[in-house]
Design a protein around this ligand. Structure first.
Ligand SMILES: NC(=O)c1ccc[n+]([C@@H]2O[C@H](COP(=O)([O-])OP(=O)(O)OC[C@H]3O[C@@H](n4cnc5c(N)ncnc54)[C@H](OP(=O)(O)O)[C@@H]3O)[C@@H](O)[C@H]2O)c1
Length: 277
């Protein structure tokens, strides 16, 4: 039996088991996907004994994403560019490999839900400069975005992220974020604002073109205030659940040998777990 797990501290909130167990059942695979609560000081020992613990690989969630990359023997280009890993597997020689599938998940979902989002090469506004924003900036640039405007409450974090990706990424003052939407073809919320229990994003969309696209990576609630406001004025919208589902695809294929599909059935299953079914 093949086994994989998600490693976090805490790990209880992770939706990954629901996604992977759904696919295991769907494809009739004799496999298991577990939750592993691992303290930061125990991560090296845990990853060093992954095989002995019976695992083919793992997902990694907070706070272990950066440390997991450091501990891996090999890392792909996405993990290196993003500076963090969320997917690990043991290769035939028993070496620990690392990838980051957040950029893949974001772009695959964006392209499926809002095809042509990059037509015309208009600037993209990204709000946030945390781990998710970093993955999204990497994904957008790899996909051909010509110019990214980055706004973050803590401007030093935005400057550091922009510096890591070069001149295509320009920092916009957090107070100027609404005005800077003029001429943008895509807006991405990669902050935690708008999430259940967090402050509202509170962004005036008046300067944003009505034919442009709004993506929110927050998935609880599924329809954030930002997405509701964008939809009401005619913008195409992309929610955060699709990214969560698509980022899980490469890991499942590595561990269990089948490339799984993101279907409406899976989406409904996970949405129901968010209380939105
Ligand atoms: N859909 C998916 O698959 C997916 C994947 C990954 C993450 N996410 C979601 O994306 C969000 C960000 O994740 P992350 O890992 O990047 O987190 P993170 O590294 O902690 O970054 C949080 C971001 O939110 C900003 N922020 C937090 N509170 C704020 C406030 N009151 N006012 C203004 N900005 C605020 C932070 O700004 P400062 O730098 O100023 O603190 C930072 O840019 C989370 O809600 C997470 O659940 C979704």
């Amino acid at each position: 039996m093949k086994r994989a797990c998600v490693i976090g501290w805490p790990v209880e909130h992770s939706r990954s088991p629901l996604i992977h167990r759904y696919w295991l059942k769907q494809y009739g695979i004799d496999g298991a996907y577990e939750k592993e609560a691992v303290r930061p000081e125990d991560l090296a020992e845990f990853l060093g004994s992954l095989k002995e613990r019976g695992y083919a690989g793992a997902n990694v969630t907070l706070p272990h994403k950066e440390a997991a990359l450091q501990l891996a023997a090999l890392a792909d280009e996405a993990a290196r560019a993003i500076g963090a890993a969320n997917t690990l597997w043991l290769d035939d020689s028993g070496r620990l490999n690392a990838s980051n599938t957040d950029a893949y998940g974001f772009i695959t979902n964006l392209s499926a839900a809002a095809s042509g989002w990059n037509e015309g090469g208009r600037p993209v506004m990204v709000l946030g400069a945390g781990g998710a924003a970093r993955a999204i900036v990497h994904g957008l640039l790899a996909e051909g975005a010509r110019r990214i405007l980055l706004a973050n409450r803590t401007s030093g974090r935005a400057r550091a992220l922009a510096a890591a990706f070069g001149p295509a990424v320009a920092v916009v003052d957090w107070q100027e974020r609404a005005r800077a939407l003029t001429g943008c073809g895509l807006l991405v919320n990669a902050t935690s604002l708008g999430m259940t229990g967090k402050d509202a994003l509170d962004l005036d969309l008046a300067a944003f073109a009505p034919h442009a696209v709004v993506a929110d990576i927050v998935y609880s609630p599924l329809e954030t205030e930002l997405l509701a406001a964008a939809r009401a004025r005619g913008n195409r919208t992309v929610d955060g659940l699709g990214m969560l589902l698509h980022q899980a695809v490469p890991g499942f294929e590595r561990w269990f040998g089948v490339r799984p599909e993101v279907t409406p059935g899976l989406r409904d299953h996970i949405a129901a777990s968010l209380g939105e079914g």
